[in-house]
Each structure stands twice: as structure tokens, then as C-alpha cells.
Design a binder for this molecule. Structure first.
Ligand SMILES: [Zn+2]
Length: 261
């Protein structure tokens, strides 16, 4: 069984402009229209049972409409990580509204202009911790180049020190292109690391070494679809020489435990 814990999709009516924005910003070609239909077609093709779709609200006022759509499309195969923006004034009400109805929350510190360890975020983290939502962070540099790196491994570690029960998923194996800092601050600690945008940026031996240095029950398979075809990352993971037990943990077991499915 394969669960992809990091994907993106947009409603049909905005997918063309979302595609244009993403391809322009990241200088990549998406595998297709970034819709749920495309996602489902690629899941079928690649033998993926479940995908988690993560939202990105670049403007505070987008939060409720994005979340309305996500709660509508949530199903057995499609899990949803809803949008939250720290500048959205009704964030408390929004979290309350989502409680028990969604699978997690996603924040994007670069696009949402906040440093993850800023104190103004503390009430938000406290509430998410109490509600028990997994919280997915974009981590590290951007594909488009270095921004301010508002979500470095060191900053994320500080958040965890203040909120010990917060279930943090650190995307891009804890920090895109900051692998040394990931090793120093995150590996072996209570952080879920997803594998999106990690595999193809380091030599295989190094990827293997970093995976083996982390807690076996804190590794999640994720791809950042539709930026890539999931089959590339599935193959990569299968050829790392990991034990079957560990592969199962990464491909699905850890995600099932985290999502309670
Ligand atoms: Zn992503």
C-alpha cells in the first residue's frame, strides 16, 4: 500500500492559472493540469491508494474558500491538509470549524511571510496542538531559489521545544537543501519528515544514510505531485536497499498511524 502524504490540487476553475503561476515561479513543467482528476489518474497509474492534498493560502482571505473546497472533496482516497494563514483574523473560529472534519493543517512560511518560531504564532500552535491536528510546514529553501528561509530546521526545533505534543510534519525531509542542519536539529527527534523534494537532490548513499539516521516511525512518503510523477520517487525509494519493514513504514504504515486510518 502506498500513501502519498504531500500533493497539491486546485478546483477546475482555477487550475489553469494555478498551473501558470507554479510553472513560472518554480521553472518546472507540471505533469498535467493540477486538478483532482489528474491526481486520481496518476494515483491509479502508480498504485497509490491514498493521497493527502495540502493547501497553500498565499492571501489571508483565501483561507475559508480553500477550506470549503477541501472539506467537500475529502474522501477515503483523498485526505486534506487545510489552509491556515497567521494573518487571517478569524483563525480561531476557522480551526474550530475544521475540528474533527479534516486531516491536518498546512502552513507555508515563505509565501505567508512569517518565521516559524515567531512568538505571535504561539497561540495558533497551542490551539492546533490541543485539537490534535498534524501540522505540515514547508521547510527549507524554495525550488525557485533562496528566499529568507523562514522555516529552517533550527527554528522548527525551537517550536517543538515550546510545543512538545504538536505533531509536526516537516516537508522536504525537514529542510530543502539544508540537509546538514536537518541532521543537526531534526534527525532522531519527534518530527515527521516527508520525502517530497529530497530524493533527487543528493547522492543515493547520502539519502539512505539520512533516512536510516531518523526514527523509523517518523518517515512519510510524499512527492509534491503534480511537480513530479510519483512513479519516479516510488522507484527511487524501492532501490535504496532499505528493509521491507522500513519501506512499508515509509510508504504507508506511519501515515496510517498518524491519520488514524
Ligand atoms: Zn508542496
Amino acid at each position: 500500500m502506498i500513501i502519498d502524504m504531500h500533493t497539491h490540487a486546485w478546483p477546475q476553475k482555477v487550475s489553469a492559472s494555478a498551473r501558470q503561476n507554479l510553472e513560472g515561479l518554480f521553472k518546472v513543467k507540471l505533469v498535467g493540469e493540477p486538478t483532482l482528476e489528474t491526481l486520481r489518474a496518476f494515483m491509479d497509474k502508480n498504485g497509490i491508494s491514498i493521497s493527502a492534498v495540502a493547501a497553500v493560502a498565499t492571501k489571508p482571505e483565501q483561507v475559508p474558500s480553500i477550506n470549503n473546497w477541501l472539506t467537500k472533496v475529502r474522501s477515503e482516497r483523498i485526505k486534506v491538509f487545510c489552509a491556515l494563514h497567521p494573518d487571517y483574523p478569524l483563525w480561531r473560529e476557522e480551526l474550530q470549524r475544521l475540528a474533527g472534519k479534516v486531516d491536518g493543517i498546512k502552513v507555508q512560511p515563505e509565501f505567508q511571510d512569517f518565521y516559524v518560531d515567531e512568538e505571535r504564532l504561539d497561540p495558533v500552535y497551542a490551539m492546533i496542538q490541543e485539537l490534535g491536528f498534524p501540522l505540515l510546514f514547508h521547510c527549507g529553501e524554495e525550488l525557485s531559489g533562496t528566499m529568507k528561509v523562514r522555516s529552517s530546521p533550527e527554528r522548527l526545533r525551537r517550536v517543538k521545544e515550546r510545543f512538545g505534543r504538536l505533531k509536526i510534519i516537516a516537508a522536504h525531509f525537514g529542510g530543502f537543501r539544508l540537509w546538514k542542519e536537518v541532521e543537526e536539529h531534526l534527525l532522531g527527534r519527534d518530527f515527521y519528515l516527508d520525502t517530497s523534494f529530497f530524493f533527487r537532490f543528493l547522492p543515493k548513499d547520502e539519502v539512505r544514510r539520512l533516512i536510516l539516521a531518523h526514527a523509523q516511525d517518523r518517515l512519510l512518503f510524499g512527492t509534491d505531485f503534480p511537480l513530479i510523477d510519483q512513479k519516479d520517487d516510488i522507484r527511487f525509494l524501492e532501490t535504496l536497499g532499505l528493509s521491507q519493514g522500513l519501506r512499508e513504514r515509509i510508504f504507508s504504515l506511519n501515515a496510517r498511524e498518524l491519520l488514524g486510518i
